[in-house]
Design a protein around this ligand. Structure first.
Ligand code: NDP
Ligand code: GDR
Length: 378
């Protein structure tokens, strides 16, 4: 039985990857951070009771900023494959916490590589590093491929650039099987709520149900190559199954604006939104809705008004330096890994919107039934 160690197992990708590897018969170890509230929501379905017989998932407390802890976990678990997914992954937040981001996302990767080397596991443990399309930053050429130069535009991307190169360096210097997956944006129903896609699908559902009036966003013209996390974790695994350690771009090759993602999300609910105005004064307004579709989804159209402004721009969401356009060139992964995404953007949006609609309706149902969150502080 192969053994994998996943850092960042409690995150979006960690959860999908853990499920994927367990299905492949791996024993999966995960690193989770200690937090004052439970942070294992995304993997609870894989991990009911640690005393369960035959359980092939084990969690270890740890942090990418603590090298002794990482050495101990790697020594204990002796992994065949290490997936380094842990990171402070929010680009905008990295402008607020640049030093911590450099420590966790940049030096954290070095700590993993050094732990493997110190323990003499260079020939046993293959390493996957979660690199990112944010490395391309300021647009120099599109589509972006493995040979496109980097120009990072945030403390997050600069930290990830260090992680990228230290991974390449350890591969070349110590002949380690260490690879970068340069993944373009990938989303899912369990995407963190402050990333733009999930923020939009949650807000569209709340607006349709009459719980929220308006969604405030930043740069509506940013263009992203969005895929589904479920497809992308398969690519991570494929990268480590190759004969030779190499770096790969993982992307769909199609780009879409934030504005169009908003329109697609509302449209999934039967609501047509049109944008007008420029820059900070741009807004999205309901110009039509389909009673029948809304009814089928259990939404009361009385909550909606034609001409209602449902999207406004709030400059607080603008970034000091922005990445305007990302389109990946997945030719290498399509041919060498034989990897193809199963989801297109329409299927991704549909899954996310329907999931959020369901979650929000469930919350409302509980509230109406009197099951509000208990207020311990009254
Ligand atoms: P998430 O933000 O959902 O998950 C990040 C994970 O890292 C969480 O488990 C988090 O723990 C953990 N973590 C954060 N800081 C530390 C730390 N100091 N020590 C240990 N664990 C830590 O990110 P995703 O799942 O979306 O992304 C996974 C990786 O892939 C990240 O490295 C990200 O930068 C990168 N990436 C993501 C892309 C995407 O579109 N999703 C695209 C390209 C790269 P906790 O749950 O406690 O917060
Ligand atoms: P990104 O994802 O920065 O690409 O990083 P995010 O969803 O945060 O932003 C995408 C684009 O949308 C614009 N935007 C907004 N973004 C957020 N979060 N909130 C808003 O209100 C908003 N309005 C507009 C942003 O300016 C940006 O252009 C993600 C993360 O998962 C990284 O960890 C990963 O490396 C990259 O994707 C690839």
């Amino acid at each position: 039985m192969k053994t994998a160690l996943i850092t960042g197992i409690t995150g979006q990708d960690g959860a999908y990857l853990a499920e994927f590897l367990l299905k492949k018969g791996y024993f999966v170890h995960g690193v989770k951070r200690r937090s004052s509230l439970f942070n294992t929501d995304r993997i609870d379905h894989l991990y009911h009771d640690q005393h369960e017989e035959g359980l092939k998932l084990k969690l270890h407390y740890g942090d990418l900023t603590d090298s002794t802890n990482l050495i101990r976990i790697i020594q204990e678990t002796q992994p065949d494959e290490i997936y380094n997914l842990a990171a402070m992954s929010h680009v905008h937040v990295s402008f607020e916490t640049p030093e911590y981001t450099a420590n966790a996302d940049g030096i954290g990767t070095l700590r993993i590589l050094e732990a493997v080397r110190t323990l003499g596991l260079e020939k046993k443990s293959k390493i996957y590093q979660a690199s990112t399309s944010e490395l391309y930053g300021l647009v120099q050429q599109v589509p972006q491929s493995e040979s496109t130069p980097f120009y990072p535009r945030s403390p997050y991307a600069v930290a990830k650039m260090y992680a990228y190169w230290i991974t390449v360096n350890y591969r070349e210097a110590y002949d380690m099987f260490a690879c970068n997956g340069i993944l373009f944006n990938h989303e899912s129903p369990v995407r963190g709520e402050t990333f733009v896609t999930r923020k939009i699908t949650r807000a569209a559902s709340k607006i349709a149900l009459g719980i929220q009036n308006c969604l405030y966003l930043g740069n509506l013209s940013a263009q992203r190559d969005w895929g589904h996390a479920k497809d992308y974790v398969e690519a991570m695994w494929l990268i480590l199954q190759q004969e030779k350690a190499e770096d790969f771009v993982i992307a769909t090759g199609i780009t879409t604006t934030v504005r169009d993602f908003v329109k697609m999300s509302f449209s999934e609910l039967g609501i047509t939104v049109e944008f007008s105005g420029q820059d900070e004064l741009e807004k999205g307004v309901i110009i039509d809705f389909e009673e029948e579709k809304l009814n089928l989804l259990g939404i009361d159209s009385k909550e909606l008004k034609l001409g209602q402004t449902v999207v406004k721009v709030d400059p607080k969401y603008f970034r000091p330096t922005e990445v305007d356009l990302l389109i990946g060139d997945p030719t290498k992964s399509n041919t060498k890994l034989n990897w193809q995404p199963k989801y297109d953007l329409a299927a991704l949006v549909k899954e996310m919107v329907l999931s959020d609609l369901h979650l929000i309706k469930k919350d409302e149902y509980l509230k109406k039934g009197g099951f509000n969150t208990l207020n311990y502080f009254e």
